[in-house]
Design a protein around this ligand. Structure first.
Ligand code: G6Q
Length: 538
């Protein structure tokens, strides 16, 4: 029987995986072109990975054996690939052009998507033009998104990323934490008469969001009077019309989405309303076009030049065969300041799983830990550990060729820093090289850089709404590819759901001294009691 691709990769890990990236680079000048792939305006240079053509071939065979392309096609066709929730996974439908056709369970979902998009555009235009006014007749100057997790991280990341395209005469804020400090700090200098809240919650029952939304409603009433028309200051984004109505938001001012959009895959649905208000409907459409272009690439590009497929396979190689438990995300662009946080949710909530689709335990490690910060800032803090720590940390270094706001040669310095770091990650610095610099003997071991840290360099021409769309879709499908290889459900989040239920159980105990829930552990009960005592509640 032929050896499986997985086993072949295990063997290759002992040979190619044990090689030095600096030697792989030196021995194969062809890597500078054979390991650089372009598509949808993205260039992926993976020549600094600890792999060669034989590893790539085996990874591509692994993708075939694990049916990645079939699962991808099933997703695009609307099959219920989210098996534990029995749902289709169709964030790709959010960015289909109006002319496309996609029917799911007999429903033309493209028409539904565009109906919502048109309503969003109309609403955004009215707010941005000053036509939509608050209770006192003043136009809206401040937009506050209230949401958490998937209903927050995408919007805040996109707002930060596309700030250069945003209305500078408007203020955009994002309240997520149930910690009242978050709400306090975001509202303290705003005038309720000029403030619009977007309550973003797929379920409209999430503790944090509903609590913050109620507090925001009180804040509006306090500022504008008890009989103020708060409806002029609240819109909702949700799949739950009943709960929206119950909260007191007119369902005419509700923008819907569907159960086939996962929270962490929803920034291009109505959850992106704050983004659209910030950058305008045209730019939002450009962003959707970017998502769509990458979707088409994922759907049709041959595996060996398919960017998300390659990136996913590289993650699998580093995670499962080179045993790297974490992955750093290092965007060299200050506008991408929240991109690592956004990616943490996308990757870790999707692929932080221990059982396969059929409920049996996985046969290998799954999703790595993602973390990071923009360069160059990270260079002056945690890069030290990447360079000389005892763990090998692969990274994605990302930059744009052009700066949106060039000043002198600053952008050249930025790119020089990105490439310099990538070079050290890959090649390190040997003792000989350190000695050749005249370093005194006793310091040589301290200045040696082991290198051999795998690294992708991802580049774009310019940070545009379109580019951001392709970037997010690139990672969405990278995550998909990994999940398909591991055979897990990348679209459920039972750990998150449990957290929500647990908080709902404990809150009445803290507030009213309700009895512990059956089966609650003593340590938790003791902590609840200590908290109540500290506040003089018992
Ligand atoms: C995302 C997760 C989770 C979710 C939040 C908010 O994939 O399911 O992060 O987005 O818990 O949920 P609601 O939008 O329902 O408030």
């Amino acid at each position: 029987m032929a050896q499986s691709a997985w086993d072949e990769l295990g063997d290759l890990a002992k040979t190619v995986g044990a090689a030095k990236i600096r030697d792989l680079i030196a021995d194969d000048p062809g890597r500078t072109s054979s390991m650089v792939v372009e598509g949808a305006g993205v260039t992926l240079d993976y020549s600094r990975q600890r792999m060669d053509a034989s590893v790539l071939k085996a990874l591509l065979r692994l993708a075939k054996e694990r049916g990645v392309a079939q699962r991808r096609d099933d997703m695009f066709a609307g099959k219920h690939i989210n098996v534990t929730e029995d749902r289709a996974v169709l964030h790709i439908a959010l960015r289909l052009p109006k002319t496309a056709k996609l029917e799911v369970d007999g429903v033309d979902i493209v028409a539904e998507v565009h109906e919502v998009l048109d309503r969003m555009s109309d609403f955004a235009t009215r707010v941005r033009s000053g036509e939509w006014v608050g209770h006192t007749g003043k136009p809206i100057k401040n937009v506050v998104n209230i949401g958490i997790g998937g209903s927050d991280l995408g919007p805040v990341m996109a707002y930060e990323a596309l700030k250069d395209y945003s209305r500078r005469d408007m203020t955009f804020r994002f309240i997520s934490n149930v910690d009242s400090n978050d709400l306090y700090e975001d509202l303290r200098d705003l005038d309720p008469a000029e403030t619009l809240f977007i309550v973003s919650s797929k379920t409209f029952v999430t503790l944090e969001t509903m609590t913050n939304a109620a507090a925001a409603r009180d804040w509006v009433k306090q500022g504008l009077g008890d009989d103020a028309d708060v409806a002029k200051h609240f819109v909702a984004v949700s799949t739950n019309a009943e709960k929206v109505e119950e909260f007191g938001i007119d369902t005419d001012n509700m923008f819907g989405f569907w159960d086939w959009v996962g929270g962490r895959y929803s920034m291009d649905s109505a959850i992106g309303l704050s983004t659209m208000l910030a950058i305008g409907p045209e730019n939002f459409k450009e962003m959707l076009a970017g998502f769509h272009e990458l979707d088409e690439h994922f759907k049709s590009a041959p595996a060996e030049v398919n960017l998300p497929m390659l990136m996913g396979l590289i993650v699998v190689w580093n995670r499962n065969f080179l045993n790297c438990p974490t992955n750093a995300v290092l965007p060299y662009d200050q506008y991408l300041v929240r991109f690592p946080a956004y990616l943490q949710q996308l990757t870790m909530e999707s692929n932080g799983k221990s059982v396969k689709l059929d409920g049996t335990p996985v046969d290998s490690e799954t999703g790595p830990i993602y973390w990071g910060e923009p360069g160059t800032n990270g260079q002056h803090s945690f890069y030290q550990l990447i360079h000389q720590g005892t763990s090998v940390i692969p990274s994605d270094v990302l930059f744009f060729n052009e700066s949106l706001n060039p000043i002198g040669v600053q952008h050249d310095y930025l790119v020089a820093s990105a490439l310099a770091q990538a070079a050290v990650f890959a090649n390190g610095r040997t003792a000989e090289e350190v000695k050749a610099d005249g370093v005194e003997e006793r310091l040589v071991p301290h200045k040696v850089m082991p290198g051999n840290r795998p690294c992708n360099v991802i580049t774009y021409q310019r940070l545009t709404p379109h580019a951001l769309g392709t970037l997010v879709a690139l990672y969405e499908h990278t995550v998909f590819t990994c999940g398909a290889i591991w055979g897990i459900d990348s679209f459920d989040q039972w750990g998150v759901e449990l957290g929500k239920a647990m908080a709902n159980n404990l809150s009445p105990q803290l507030i009213d001294g309700a009895p512990p829930t059956p089966g609650q552990d003593d340590v938790t009960t003791a902590a609840v009691n200590r908290y109540r005592e500290a506040l003089g509640r018992q």
